[in-house]
Design a protein around this ligand. Sequence first.
Ligand code: TYM
Length: 333
Amino acid sequence: VPRVFSGAQPSADSLHLGNYIGAVRNWVNMQNEDSESMFFIPDMHAITVPQDPAEMQKRTRVAAAQYIAAGIDPEVSPLFAQSQVPEHAQLAWVLNCITGFGEASRMTQFKDKSAKNGVDSASVGLFTYPILMAADILIYQADQVPVGEDQRQHLELTRNLAQRFNSRFGTTFIVPEGKIMKDSAKIYDLQNPTSKMSKSAETDKGIIWLLDEPKKTAKKIKSAVTDDGSVIAFDREAKPGVSNLLTIYSALSGESIDEIVARYEGKMYGHLKVDLAELATEQLAPIRQRALELLEDPAELDRLLATGAAKAREIASVTLKNVYEAVGFQQPV
Ligand code: TYM
């Protein structure tokens, strides 16, 4: 059966609707299919930009609680924090040494994330981050990696590094496939519908946090920026705001965008917003509630993460052993 692997950074106080629709929801579906899945919390990725240590610990637990509340079952899918499995960092070093500087320089996310404060104040960790991501995936010999559109380039790099390593040192890695859902892989900011919904946006008026109170969620949807005109139609170029609402509606209801558009013929933007607000709060409120309950027992969450990490290490240590042998290192102790 295919091994499914993915994760979301604990770099904000909550995951958001983009993470849910573009990633976590698909993890749950894939977990429930015939697969062997594992999910992790990339805390080592989060520190590529400054993080407050106490916040970091809290956010890791929030992410764990939200994965579980959304439907990840830690009994079925080991759940752990990246830093608990040292093999990620160990493999990342080896992969750093087969990645070209130019190749790493072409990663657009570094350009985006370092643009605001300038390259000189960005960390080297932020620069090499996609290589750590490749290590995350390859260390588990994952077959399928469900992610949003913004991770496509990193998955391509991961595949290239796996193939390069295999051809230089002998077949060691499975070359993984990205699972990027066609219609819902990019959810946009409700206030700025040409930018993706992102944990690092300037304001959070256009971001639906999974921990937002239902009232707040409804308010954010009702005050979403829409476009000139009044016809409800899907057109990313001319109507980015309405198109984003339709994408979210379709993802949450399971209906196709065409069906929704047909149903709203002759109606106004306001109708769509009111209905979407209801649909979203209905689906997100139980996830929020369950996450808050889980967060009341942080020791139990820590225990679950430690159990998951022990299972993960069983797999990771085998891959690292093979890698070290392939490159001519002494065996790991
Ligand atoms: P991160 O933490 O930015 O996002 C987690 C997941 O959510 C998806 N996503 C979105 N999908 C749709 N619309 C959006 N607006 C949106 N924003 C985020 C992301 O594509 C992602 O799937 N590098 C990764 C974390 C990572 C990882 C890995 C993932 C590290 N190692 C190994 C998979 C496998 C990241 O920063 O995702």
